[in-house]
Design a protein around this ligand. Structure first.
Ligand code: SF4
Length: 168
């Protein structure tokens, strides 16, 4: 991975710890939300030019960043933590590094016309909305892919059926 990248690594921070409240952008015009996080990030590389990258190791399968927020939230929180420590840096990239998967690297990829920060904001908003939904008691089962239900031993008692009847 490093051989394919030209950026000089100033420091490799292993098991980068987050244990504080961080500010995340909320959907629409709502104010940003402070959320307490506790996590250990596999690796944060401090790069030349005031940038950093976040790496999350996976043994094999990697999540789809379009459906998950872990990597994006880590990246936003790392930027804030570095800033608080007096080392303000810009996120250069973030990716899952799979040790045995078919594709070793799965990065956060911005669509044309988007920036990495656009991806981070989208994930922050999705997380804040999910938290609000859970607080309101709305957290329907939404397996991805839906075919998982076919092998699930709880299919006969799962409330997903009620959710679907309600048209959710
Ligand atoms: S049947 Fe229910 S619990 Fe089982 S995978 Fe589907 S949604 Fe999840």
């Amino acid at each position: 991975m490093e051989a394919e990248r030209t950026a000089v690594v100033e420091r490799r921070l292993i098991e980068f710890e987050l244990d504080a409240a961080f500010s995340f952008r909320a959907p629409g015009d709502a104010p940003s939300r402070d959320v307490r996080l506790r996590a250990k990030i596999d690796r944060v590389d401090l790069l030349e030019g005031g940038r950093f990258r976040v790496i999350d190791y996976k043994s094999k399968l990697v999540p789809d960043p379009k459906r998950t927020v872990q990597l994006q939230i880590y990246t936003s929180a790392v930027a804030q933590q570095l800033r608080r420590a007096g080392d303000a840096r810009e996120a250069a990239e973030a990716f899952y590094l799979s040790l045995e998967g078919e594709s070793a690297i799965k990065s956060l990829r911005a669509a044309r016309g988007q920036s990495l920060d656009d991806l981070l904001r989208d994930a922050e908003q999705r997380m804040v909305k999910a938290m609000d939904d859970m607080t309101a008691g709305h957290f329907p089962a939404r397996p991805t892919p839906r075919s998982l239900c076919a092998q699930c031993p709880f299919d006969s008692v799962c409330r997903k059926q009620f959710v679907e009847l309600d048209g959710d």
